[in-house]
Each structure stands twice: as C-alpha cells, then as structure tokens.
Write a protein that binds this ligand. Sequence first.
Ligand SMILES: [Zn+2]
Length: 179
Amino acid sequence: MTEVNIQTQVERATRLLAGSRFAVAFTGAGISTPSGIPDFRSPDTGLWAHLEASLEEEPQVGTVHSFARDPQTFYERMKPLFQRIVTAGPNPAHHALADMEKLGIIQAVITQNADMLHQRAGSQCVIEVHGTLAEATCIRCYKVRPFRPLLERFFADGQVPTCKDCGGVIKPNVILTGE
Ligand SMILES: [Zn+2]
C-alpha cells in the first residue's frame, strides 16, 4: 500500500464497516511489532533473526515432540520472546480495535497472536487461533494454570515449570508444530 492511496483505503474500509452488520477484525504479528514484539519473519530484527538462525540449525526445537523431549531448550530459546511479551504494552492499533468493539463497529477480534495485547487494550471478544500465553497446560495430566506466575519463576531460577499435582512438564498454551 503506497502513501498516496492510504486515504482511499481508509475511506473504503470505513464505508465497508459502516455498511456491515457483523464485522470482525483479523490480526497477525504486524499489529504487535510497534509494541516491540518482532514479527517472526522480519529479516532485520536482531532477536528473531537470531532465534530463527538457531531454529534453522535445529528446526525441531519448535515442535511438540522436541518440547516433550527437551523442554529446557525450548524454554531457553523462547525466553527473549517471553520477556518481550511480559513487558510489552498495547499500541494505538490495539486500542482502536477495542474502541471499535465498544462502539459496536466490530463484534470481535480474531488474532494469530498469543501476546494478550488485544485483551490488555480492552477488547472483550478475542479469539486466539494459535493459543495464548495467558495459560499453560501440564502435558501429563492436562491441568490448566495461569502461565505468568510460572514464567516469572522460570525467569528467576531457569527451571522448566512442572506440575504440582503430577510432576509433568508445563507447556504454554500456544500451538507448536506437530500439534
Ligand atoms: Zn500434571
């Protein structure tokens, strides 16, 4: 989209929204990059370029099978992203969608993101198609817990979170390759 036709595109979107009976927003990584959460695919963001390079060397790190086999490596590789997400805040685009929902212009947000920034901006109806980092599940007994306190403990001691009930490894509720 060029600068010249952004105005035209916005006017077109406004007309479509004004004429719609049930509009939803669909968002991906791009809405959260201004909040400091790099798009996995952006070539020149240091964090992800680095992580992606390590994933290319060991592409199996992001799969559910390798998670079950070596959760410590998964948690260590994901740590920079987890830290970014914990400290990031919603940006004007997240707030605009929350306002549009309050005004009844859109009914819901469907997102590929697991960063919870739509909810933190005030969106009520958020459908997270790739899961959420708000919760985590024991891979043995499937008990679901809030992820944040477990994450804080991992940041402090570097130990993979385990289940108080059965001792199983706890996995954030995001979809990994192979699930
Ligand atoms: Zn368990």
